[in-house]
Design a protein around this ligand. Structure first.
Ligand SMILES: NC(=O)c1ccc[n+]([C@@H]2O[C@H](COP(=O)([O-])OP(=O)(O)OC[C@H]3O[C@@H](n4cnc5c(N)ncnc54)[C@H](O)[C@@H]3O)[C@@H](O)[C@H]2O)c1
Length: 463
């Protein structure tokens, strides 16, 4: 036990030794439910990044069944995003949302003010675009706060190395850290993982992930309209910019990449890839100026020579596919039947995923299988019962593997895991010192266009 989770534990110890000691002795050996609001062991939550996922994650935190939780601080760089999030959460959770106006912070420094208002052992939620993760994580560690951070956690080599170091610091301070790779908290995928690990489909030889649909989120962008500032506009359209999100490849495909590698219990050692942008004009004829390709086909290779193919596409009208499969020497498995993690998962004889070849199918009651809620219950359980919990190392590894596939497509080169991790190009240098007036790390040219990948021509950097 060290000082950063000591307050919670101290409160528990205090409860056990004051007034209730007789009852505790009489009930020695009996599990005592120790967590309710009157015992003042409420965990305070700060939400940093009040958009769609942040509002969802705060809602998940307030829905956990592991003890009292209150949202007490909120941060965003846009006041309207903050207001919408506050109204939604207040409307749904009432008194569990206790964020007076002076605890609602707007601006790049807001994370400091919010975390300064917390006590050790509380939880900070990071749901801004990924570029800010290391900045916020570093401060949370200094303040002794537990963390839930969304995926991906890095897009480049320097910040990946930094996050791995920070993960060690968090571990040394016994902080609990969850990462939003929620497939790993989907009970059907956990069951499949166990079965694959136990050899039910033999040696894993090939895996396939597909996320192919029309353009979504802010993957494609028209020219900066001149307001808000170019920096804030890029932040609001973060899927368009590699510095902010790792682009659509990292933001959209990391879930399949993570859960398939988890099925094999290994990370690939290298990647080579195809990718391109078919259309640089919107259906109404305007120029798209973002940095993404609309098609990616990445071949990952594991140390044992086995392969994993990840296909991603954002094209209207093209054949949609969104699922993941695992092929072994004795059979195959459907991991995500639909979307990033959707079940049921199943195992089949041979290599055809037909009903007649099925030997097992997961059957988890829906009430137990919301992975967004499960990941919060698991984190809160670790905090309240002082269990080791740090998902950052695999969160970084999944992010590096994702980035290496993206970089292989963007450069047209074979990229190894070590190439990606040790690459010197930092995409948002000095981000910890940004103010509202800072210039963005990529600037538009006279036509409003941003630098794009040019495989075979720009070979050692993505742009
Ligand atoms: N696990 C999942 O299934 C899942 C789903 C959606 C999003 N996400 C992840 O969550 C993150 C946010 O995605 P989203 O869809 O909620 O985006 P969003 O744009 O809806 O929300 C991001 C919010 O962060 C704010 N913000 C940006 N920079 C900030 C800063 N420096 N300080 C404070 N606030 C800042 C933005 O103004 C915005 O309100 C991304 O990393 C995304 O990949 C994960």
């Amino acid at each position: 036990m060290n000082e950063d989770n000591i307050q919670l534990t101290t409160r528990r110890a205090f409860i056990k030794t004051s007034g209730k000691i007789a009852a505790v002795s009489a009930l020695a050996g009996v599990a005592i439910p120790h967590v309710h609001a009157a015992e003042n062991n409420t965990i305070q939550i700060a939400l940093i990044g009040c958009g769609g996922r942040g509002t969802g994650a705060a809602g998940n935190a307030l829905t956990t069944k592991k003890g009292p939780v209150t949202l007490t601080a909120m941060v965003d760089v846009f006041e309207n995003r903050m207001n919408t999030s506050y109204d939604t959460l207040k409307g749904k959770f009432g008194d569990l949302v206790d964020v007076p106006k002076d605890k609602r912070f707007i601006g790049f420094d807001g994370y400091k003010q919010a975390m300064d208002s917390m006590k050790k052992g509380d939880v900070a939620i990071f749901t801004t675009p990924l570029a800010f993760r290391w900045v916020h994580f570093k401060y949370a560690i200094e303040k002794g706060l537990n963390v839930f951070m969304e995926k991906p956690v890095t897009a480049d080599g320097p910040t990946s190395r930094r996050m791995l170091e920070l993960a060690e610091q968090a571990k040394a301070k016994n902080l609990k850290v969850g990462v939003g790779l929620m497939s790993r908290h989907a009970r059907h995928l956990q069951e499949l993982h166990k079965r694959v690990e136990d050899g039910e489909i033999g040696d894993v030889l090939l895996m396939r992930g597909y996320r192919m649909h029309g353009p979504v989120a802010s993957a494609f962008s028209k020219k900066w309209p001149g307001t808000p500032s170019e920096l804030l506009w890029q932040i609001s359209r973060f899927h368009s910019f590699i510095w902010a999100s790792g682009g659509c490849y990292s933001d959209f495909y990391i879930h399949h990449i993570d859960h398939l590698c988890w099925m094999k219990n290994a990370w690939p050692v290298k990647a080579q890839a195809l990718g391109g942008r078919h259309y640089r004009n919107s259906p109404d004829g305007d120029l798209w100026v973002d940095q993404n390709f609309d098609s990616y086909a990445v071949e990952y290779t594991f140390e044992d020579g086995s392969k994993f193919y990840m296909d991603g596409r954002c094209n209207t009208g093209a054949h949609p596919m969104y699922f993941s499969h695992v092929h072994g020497s004795k059979g195959m498995a459907i991991a995500a039947k639909n979307g990033d993690y959707g079940g049921p998962s199943s195992i089949h004889k041979g290599q055809l995923p037909s009903r007649s070849s099925m030997t097992w199918q997961s059957n988890i009651p829906a009430a137990e299988n919301d992975p967004y809620l499960n990941e919060w219950n698991d984190l809160m359980d670790a905090i309240r019962n002082d269990k080791p919990y740090n998902e950052v190392p695999f969160g970084v590894q999944a992010s590096v593997v994702t980035s290496m596939g993206r970089m292989a497509a963007h450069t047209g080169q074979e990229i190894t895991y070590d190439d990606m991790l040790n690459h010197p190009h930092e995409y948002a240098p000095g981000i910890d010192k940004w103010t509202m007036d800072s210039p963005p790390p990529v600037l538009s040219d006279k036509d409003g266009k941003y630098p794009v990948p040019m495989p075979g021509l720009k070979n050692d950097r993505e742009y």
